[in-house]
Design a protein around this ligand. Structure first.
Ligand SMILES: Cc1cc2nc3c(=O)[nH]c(=O)nc-3n(C[C@H](O)[C@H](O)[C@H](O)COP(=O)(O)OP(=O)(O)OC[C@H]3O[C@@H](n4cnc5c(N)ncnc54)[C@H](O)[C@@H]3O)c2cc1C
Length: 440
């Protein structure tokens, strides 16, 4: 019977981070990956926020296969007759980057090889089909007819996690309720990208927005060295209900004049599709069991923006810490592995997830206010929001009114407008928008 200390299922960001951390601690770990090489089956936009990776591999920038340093985040609204753009160009990111565009096929392979260099054993082309469970404890995995035993099994096998399902920690997800992402990689010469997206050498840009149509979706457009990645996320149920095909929706967005001006002449290199778990709550009690832990998207760790790689890496690292403690205690029961949650609590993972929700609300509020104020400012034929007598007074009355009455009336107008401004602000801030959004 083959037995190792730890089996990690899946060489995505969560699995490789876990294997890397365990190997660095000198713990025996086997990383099993179904693809012929890590990254072969993996899809993402892909913007890599690097704070977690930097912690793991401080000099990653010199060695990792990265495309462009993202210095600009654009929000674009193409839903009205006019296009509204919000450019967030952060000059600090030029010398002190926080994110890079990359390709998962290259990045995941590199990251898994780093785990191997640290001492992990990587076996590719191996699909885990089931778990071996004895006395209510996970003691190994089945790979078709083969079996491999371990003290702990880490499920880092992504959205359709076999480990999560077979261990009973998370029920099989209903694919109809998930998000479907379709993505194209489109070739464009680097100088054309720089010119159209107003970028300097090595700099990258992320364009994001919502497209409101029969089926609403979020689109992303990221610049790589000599290509751009264009993707849309839509709810599978919506597509089915409205009989809309995701690739047709993508074509529709690409043909919008604004998008067309960015993409004109681009040629298709690759087409990809994948599911995402966005919006599912993380339930910490479902992340550990007897002899088993779940990391990354297997444990639904992805924020509302669909940023899942840093949470995946972070959870992989924390799982490794919990495993080290279990080894010290020689106890692999849920009681000891529960420390995984304490380790996660000690990071800013939950706060980051919450901040992402708040940030999404703010962006929506900002877009909403911009839209409304522009409409109001230019709506010459709309009725003025002032009451009739106030209008009359402002138009004609004030020049004929004795000065002391003018003071009283003007004072009263100021107080009443101050009151309504305050009232609007308070209700908008605490009751209206935020509440609406929370219920969406
Ligand atoms: C189109 C798209 C765009 C995205 N863009 C971004 C982005 O820009 N930035 C970001 O941070 N996140 C992004 N995400 C989310 C991110 O890709 C995921 O959250 C992240 O990859 C989760 O990492 P993971 O290691 O948990 O799972 P995965 O990356 O899914 O890795 C799981 C691994 O397990 C392997 N595996 C699965 N089942 C088995 C099995 N039974 N046996 C053996 N191996 C198995 C898979 O082959 C894979 O290598 C995007 C997702 C999509 C779909």
């Amino acid at each position: 019977m083959d037995k190792v200390t730890c089996i990690v299922v899946g060489a995505g960001p969560a699995g490789s981070a876990c294997a890397y951390t365990l190997a660095k601690k000198g713990i025996e770990v086997v990383l099993l990956e179904r693809g012929r090489r890590p990254g072969e089956k993996n899809v993402a936009g892909f913007v890599l926020f690097t704070s977690v990776l930097e912690h793991l591999i401080p000099d990653f920038r010199k060695r990792a296969p990265l495309e462009r340093n993202v210095t600009r985040f654009d929000t674009v609204d193409i839903n009205c007759g006019s296009v509204k753009t919000f450019h967030d160009y952060n000059y600090n990111f030029i010398d002190d980057p926080i994110s890079f565009t990359a390709f998962r096929s290259k990045f995941d392979n590199w990251f898994a090889r780093e785990a191997v260099k640290a001492g992990a054993e990587l076996i590719t082309g191996m699909t885990v089909t089931d778990l071996i469970i004895e006395n209510d404890r996970v003691v190994g995995v089945k790979i078709d007819d083969d079996e491999l035993y371990a003290d702990v099994v880490v499920g880092a096998d992504g959205i359709h996690s076999t480990v999560a399902e077979k261990s009973g920690l998370i029920k099989k997800r209903d694919p109809k309720k998930g998000y479907l992402v379709v993505k194209e990689i489109l070739d464009l010469p680097p100088d054309v990208i720089n010119k159209r997206f107003q970028l300097r050498e090595g700099e990258g840009c992320c364009v994001e927005g919502e497209f409101i149509d029969d089926v609403n979706c979020v689109y992303t457009l990221y610049t790589n060295k000599d290509s751009v990645s264009m993707a849309i996320d839509c709810i599978v149920d919506d597509l089915k209900e409205k009989h809309v095909k995701a690739h047709e929706l993508l074509e529709k967005i690409k043909s919008h004049p604004y998008m067309h001006s960015l993409l004109e002449g681009a040629t298709l290199r690759e087409y990809q599709a994948h599911m995402e778990t966005i919006g599912e709550p993380i339930r910490p009690e479902c992340l550990y069991g007897n002899g088993v832990l779940l990391c990354g998207e297997a444990g639904t760790m992805i924020d509302i923006w669909g940023t899942g790689v840093p949470p995946a890496m972070l959870s992989g690292m924390m799982a490794a810490e919990a495993i080290e403690m279990a080894i010290r205690k020689n106890d692999y029961s849920a009681k000891t592995l529960k420390n995984y949650i304490n380790y996660l609590d000690s990071t800013s993972l939950w706060r980051t997830m919450y901040d992402a929700e708040k940030q999404m609300a703010c962006k929506m509020i900002a877009a909403d206010i911009m839209e409304k104020s522009m409409r109001h400012y230019y709506s010459y034929i709309e009725r003025e929001p002032y009451p009739f007598w106030k209008n009359m007074y402002l138009q004609f009355g004030k020049d004929f009114t004795p000065i002391f009455i003018r003071w009283i009336v003007t004072g009263w107008l100021h107080v009443s407008s101050l009151y309504s401004t305050l009232y609007n602000r308070i209700t908008k801030r605490f009751v209206g928008r935020y509440h609406d959004w929370k219920n969406d």
